[in-house]
Structure formats: structure tokens, C-alpha cells
Design a binder for this molecule. Sequence first.
Ligand SMILES: Cc1ncc(COP(=O)(O)O)c(C=O)c1O
Length: 375
Amino acid sequence: MKIPTFDLERIQSLWENVVEINLSESGVHPLTLSELLDGDSDMLANILATPLGYPQTNGTPALRERIAALYPGSTPENVLATNGTSEANFVTLWSLLEPGDELVVMLPNYMQIWGLGRGFTGEVKPFHLRAEDGWSPDIDELRRQVTSRTRIIAVCNPNNPAGSVMNAEDMQAILDIAAEAGAWLVADEVYQGAEREGERTRSFWTLREHHDRMIITNGLSKAYGLPGLRMGWTLAPPEQAATLWSYRDYTTIAPSALSDKLAQAALEPARRERILARTRSILQRNYTVLAEWLDAHTQLFTHVAPKAGAIAWLRYHFDINSTQIVDRLRSECGVLIVPGDCFGMDRYLRIGFGGEVDAMREGLNRIGKFLNQNE
Ligand SMILES: Cc1ncc(COP(=O)(O)O)c(C=O)c1O
């Protein structure tokens, strides 16, 4: 199978750990292990006593119980624990798509599902979020794109890179279109819980009585600040959860035993609330700094304030290719951000604002100086 290069991940893999200031990340500054355990000596003893064998390969019952508790009406039978949301997305696409099937994908998007879809079927169609509508989905376009061959409608909500969150009406409309076509709805909800303000994003799972051919993917990498645990999950009807598990036998077999246990700790209700409160306070504090910087550079950018996620998706007003800007910023100024080209949208830049605030301030200063000199 030939797959297109996953440009966003390639750039990050090459540069994020060597660049001086990394503003390419879409989640918040990660927790340390000791911050996660937060002085809980029983939990620490429990972690130290973990046998480093294979855990239950679809996730221990205790972990799947914790995940199921996040989705009213679900049970551990609905859950497969995976290595990151990436593996959740991978086994989902791999198990569902046959050659000749169509995949209709929301754009802009984290391009994993887009790239996998092209590898697995060749027939990938977009439907768009519209900037002029505050990055709301173009439901009429989705209706036009879906046919009897559509196997999957894939959404990312909250959205990477736009930071938008769909309203209830649009969610229902998308699900109705999937139901009418007999298609699976695949919802990557990894930014759920990373809302800067307002309510927590509703999961598509809450709508499943209207259409239960749906798979939710999620994980601890963004809202929880725990990407190093590589913990994700799928939530699916039990029969499909069993199928996903059998596909996962061919990828990584099981999550790591330590990550399984640490994920149980992160999802313990009181600790989970503390972690999500930390995320929100980082987003609010850092967005204030970013918003001030944007206010001082209105001649350079237009943007819609993100509702969720630690990313600002900026439309710039000058005539240079986005990859060129990003390459020069990295090599001349030591700052890494993401070019719109990675999302098929030149003339945009994605700036992460979830990291350490002083480094972010310095990174923004360097970006501002560079762009003012080169616009
Ligand atoms: C929408 C989306 N899905 C999945 C992933 C990958 O997540 P994980 O680190 O949990 O594999 C990312 C990472 O940026 C993402 O933005």
C-alpha cells in the first residue's frame, strides 16, 4: 500500500525536539509523572509493583471501565484501549475500508484519516468547515458528497487546526446524513476537554440512538497533557469493538502495562477534573498572551478565536508560501510552527500556545519581527 507523506507529523518528527522554541504542538505542556500522581503514595507503590508483562490486550477491565464511564450508556465491551489516538484512527480505517469504498472527510483536519483513506481506498472526498461561518461545517456540501458508496464520514471535533466546536444542530445533521447513507460516522474527539471556556464538548456518542454505526476515537494526548503515555481508545458497538481488537492483534497487540495503569489514574474522576482544570487554566493564561500579540499584528493576520485546543489557525495577508515561511523561521529564528500546506491550505499558519508561557512569548516576538521584515 502506498501512502502519502503525513507532512505535519514528518515536520514535527524531524524538528520538534531539536528546535529552540517549539510552537508546533497542539496540546498543553505535558504533566510529569510526579505531577500526575500528585503525592499519592499508594498509587506510586501500585505503579512500582506493576508486572511488566502484556496486560489484557484490549485494555484491562479496570481501564475500560474508566473509559466507559466517560460515555453514558456504554460498557467496557464498547471500548478498545489503543496506543494513542493515532492507533485508534488507524485500526478504525483499516477495519472499515475496502477498495471502492468512499471516505468523506471534514477539512481542514489532522490529516491522518485523510492520508490513510487515500492509502486504503484511493477515493477520499472533502467537506469543508467554512471560515466565513466561524469554521462551521458546510452541511450542504456534505450532502452533495455522500453517495451509496460512502462507507465513512469522518469528523474531527473539536477541530484541529481550526479550534472550532460544532453546534448540536450540525452534529445531528451530520449523523442524519450518515444514517441515510448507511455510512459509519468516525469522530476523532481527542480535543474534547481542552475547551478554553464554556461547556465541555458533547460527544457524538450521546446521539447514537439515532444511528449506532459510529466509532469515537480519543485519548490522553491533548486535553490531559499526557501524550507520552501513548494512550488512546475507540468506542464502538460491541461487535465492531471486537473486530477492532482483532485488527489490533496485527499492529501493537496491547497498550503498555504502565500506560494502562497510569491512564486508570488519570481517569479517576477527581484526578481527571484536576487535570482538565489545569489544561483550561493554561489555555486561558496563554491565549491572553497570544491574543495581545495578535492585536498588535492585525495587519498580518485574520483569525477566528479557537474554542478548544491549544492552537491558533491564522490566515496571513502577504504573498509568501507557508512552508517557506516556516522553514525560514526554523532555520533563521529557531522557532517551529506548522505551515498551512500541511493541511492543504497555503496562506495559513498554525501556532501552538499550550507550552511554557515565557518560551511562547519569545517565540511570538521572533515570529513578529521576522514577518514584519519580510511581508
Ligand atoms: C485530531 C488528532 N487526532 C489524533 C492525534 C494523534 O494523537 P495521539 O498522540 O493520541 O496518537 C492528533 C495529534 O495531534 C490529533 O490532532
